[in-house]
Design a protein around this ligand. Structure first.
Ligand SMILES: [Zn+2]
Length: 275
């Protein structure tokens, strides 16, 4: 009989690595995973150290030397995510095969951003998130909790993940009708810069009943409570919440409630239908 050999899925690989390294309850320890694969994690902050093309990159993988480099500027949670991302490049099928033997995988400053990435980058980010949240680990938490920033913050502490990574995954995995809208200052060099919509992620049920995206680039200035909340000019209560209306062309999707959260770098809005 003919035989075909199935390739393990990315989830199979994550599952095996988590089990082999004893990461069966949160938080995941990326260092045990790197160690298990004989990868050494090194910090760097200048080009010459590892012959980097650009020392401003966040992280790199040097497979032939079995080194993962992480920039010293990274905060602890970014560092955890970056190490897992590089491990993803190391173990995922097809990530190293097309490269020269001694070539490094150098990951750009924006590699943690979710848009405009190539497939390998998206796969490595997905791998990192699957390791961080131990596959369906977050689903177990979110099934037992209401959607709120308070609960997302608690989950982010449990998994030692950033608020952004936790809220994205929460919205991706929940059955609740909800969305996440991420805003950032359009010009970081200018104090009080207007905020713009960066990206939107919505749950499956939200997409079925409403829409998939808020148009990126829309600006909010001092006339908007979103802006005033971000810059500390308006107090919106312990659970800051605003009502917004969403339109698409001439269609009106009606009113939504948005609970706001700021990590002072970006502003996040949890979108739910208004009752
Ligand atoms: Zn990468």
């Amino acid at each position: 009989m003919e035989r075909l050999i199935a390739e393990p899925s990315a989830e199979d690989i994550v599952q095996a690595l988590l089990e082999e390294t004893g990461n069966t309850s949160p938080p995941t320890d990326p260092m045990t995973m790197a160690g298990y694969l004989n990868l050494r994690v090194e910090g760097y902050d200048d080009d010459n150290q590892f012959g980097l093309v650009n020392s401003r990159i966040n992280a790199f993988l040097w497979p032939s030397k079995r080194i993962i480099g992480v920039h010293k500027k990274l905060k602890p949670k970014q560092r955890r995510f970056s190490i897992l991302h590089e491990i993803g490049h190391f173990v995922l099928p097809g990530h190293l095969q097309s490269r020269e033997h001694d070539e490094k995988v150098e990951d750009g400053r924006d590699n943690l951003s979710p848009w405009a990435q190539n497939i390998l980058e998206r796969e490595a980010n997905q791998f990192a998130a699957d390791c961080l949240f131990q596959l369906d680990g977050l689903e177990k938490v979110l099934r037992a909790s209401d959607l709120s920033w308070g609960n997302i913050v608690r989950a982010s502490e449990l998994f030692d993940a950033s608020i952004e990574a936790t809220s994205r995954r929460w919205v991706e995995r929940t059955e609740t009708e909800c969305g996440l809208v991420v805003f950032n200052p359009l010009d970081r060099g200018r104090p009080g810069s207007a905020l713009g919509v960066m990206y939107t992620i919505v749950s499956r049920s939200f997409k079925q009943r409403n829409f998939a995206q808020i148009q990126p680039g829309q600006q909010f200035d001092t006339r908007s409570p979103i802006y005033r909340y971000f810059y500390g000019q308006e107090y919106l209560g312990d659970t800051p919440r605003i009502t917004i209306s969403v339109q698409k062309g001439t269609e009106d999707y009606g009113e939504f409630s948005m609970e706001l959260f700021s990590n002072s770098y970006r502003l996040f809005g949890l979108l739910t239908p208004s009752n």
